[in-house]
Design a binder for this molecule. Sequence first.
Ligand code: ZN
Length: 280
Amino acid sequence: MNAQLDAALIHVDGTVVYELSEDERQAVHDLYARYEELRGEPDQTLNPDALNACRNALHDAYGQVQLTGRLSTMRARLLDAASECPFCGAAPATTLDHHLPKGDYRSLSINPRNLIPSCQPCNRAKGTLDPVAGEGIIHTYFETLPDQTFLVANPTYVDGALVISFSVDAEVAEPPLSGRLEFQIGRLKLNERLAKSINTFLFELKPGMELLREIPNWRQAIRTHLQKAGDSFDRSFGMNHWKAAVVRSLAACEPFLDDPWSYLDNTAVLAVEPDEEVLL
Ligand SMILES: [Zn+2]
């Protein structure tokens, strides 16, 4: 951590942006330890007086966590650890989101544990959320999610168009976790934003389903195919990826199984009804 602080606060040519005293160095150590203890939950103790003088220097040092900054290797390491955005599972993680906003917690700006890989749309949609203990976006590094299916896709037909929205099974992910997950879906506008990804995804599944089109009992075959795809996505992406939720929901959606072809032949019909967005 000392090397990281030095890289953040001392230019490569040796020019010092801010010289941390030994006490301040210790205070940063203590702050990061406190952050771990609180598992990233907001708390007054994360703005200690001991860091009053260097708070702004630490905040501004985040500039060094950019592509060409002195902490760019830390940035690369954090981004490389995420194969895709942990919030939407639909795009690569290309940015770092401050779990606790750097405006409110200036001394935590370059704490790698507060920097969460995310895609740009999720980062933007989250915005600067006023942090409240026990509420808000789930901390990717600290929250252990149940190893059972709790993300549920809900397909409906609206004016002939297939609409898929997502919700959380509160019997599997129990409150308050279910509340946070629902909040996250709403805040990140996932019901709205995932529609396009679902279309692309189902379009990619189409060749496999087409093979089943010619067999007499294609309806049951497609149901089984979709269920098995769900199991396969669980194995590939971990439990509760939206892809698994979508195929499972379609395997149980009788109107879809009545005539999957009209949808698959024209996947552009999918749209999310704004009223169905989870707004909390
Ligand atoms: Zn995302």
